[in-house]
Ligand binder design. Structure first.
Ligand code: ADP
Ligand code: MG
Length: 243
């Protein structure tokens, strides 16, 4: 039993004792996350770092309600989620969480604008005029207003990742998760994608959790959480950089 705490109105996500095992070998051998406690607040940009195989993607999939924890509880907007049925879990995910992956999974046959609209089309079919306006303003926000009618193959890798970010934001999620979004981008492009995360975070006020391998990109985030062997070994606020 955890201690009763004052509800924090800015809390978007809270993990309490989250464990995750995959059904291979003995439960101990197959446990990848060993009791994770973590809170994410609105307006907070957090970097998640850690060696390859430490469980970062597993943690993101659990946080993103793609994969249920084996034990512990995950509260999304104050709501416990572990025991909810699949339909409710899908609805919570679609309503509250935006995803950006290393490989952006844009649909090559669709225009940039239609790719951004995709989560809304999946949700309810044809987007409204207001939603199309929102998608265009998001493309503007990520610096791609002029590319709305292009196909993903006609733009660069960095631009494609920006489209994926606009797509993740089109549902106005309170939580944005990004798994190594700059993993296959050059340093300068990666930096500009991170600057975009900073802007989004300030402007939309969502909680953003970004996995990165690059310690310099992590140091620029407000907070850095480090995962080693499925456990959080450090969780610290970064001092703001001067200049
Ligand atoms: P990271 O993203 O930090 O590189 P992962 O979360 O991908 O690490 O993987 C952590 C560990 O969990 C690895 O040992 C990996 O083999 C294991 N793992 C991840 N997904 C699965 C799965 N679906 N089934 C079995 N083992 C998995
Ligand atoms: Mg990973």
């Amino acid at each position: 039993m955890s201690e009763p705490t004052m509800p924090d109105p800015r809390e978007v996500l809270r993990l309490e004792g989250v464990r995750k095992s995959f059904n291979l070998g003995t439960p101990l051998e197959s446990e990848v996350l060993h009791g994770i406690d973590l809170r994410l607040r609105a307006g907070e940009l957090t970097a998640l770092i850690g060696p390859s195989g430490s469980g970062k993607s597993t943690l993101l999939n659990v946080i993103g309600l793609l994969d249920p924890p084996s034990a512990g509880e995950l509260y999304l907007l104050g709501r416990p989620t572990r025991m909810v049925d699949d339909e409710t879990r899908t609805r919570l995910r679609n309503e509250a969480i935006g995803f950006v992956f290393q490989f952006h999974h844009l649909i090559s046959a669709f225009s940039v604008l239609d790719n951004v609209l995709m989560p809304l089309m999946i949700r309810h079919g044809k987007p409204s005029a207001t939603e199309i306006d929102l998608a265009r303003s998001l493309l503007d926000e990520v610096g791609l207003a002029a590319y709305a009618d292009k196909k993903p193959t006609q733009i660069s890798g960095g631009q494609q990742q920006r489209v994926a970010i606009a797509r993740a934001l089109v549902t106005r999620p309170p939580l944005l998760l990004a798994d190594e979004p700059t993993g296959n981008l050059d340093t300068r492009t990666a930096q500009s994608v991170f600057e975009l995360f900073h802007r989004i975070n300030a402007q939309f006020g969502c909680a953003v959790l970004v996995v990165t391998h690059d310690p310099r990109l992590a140091a620029n985030c407000a907070r850095t959480v480090q995962l080693v062997d499925g456990q959080i070994v450090s969780d610290a606020l970064n001092s703001p950089l001067d200049g």
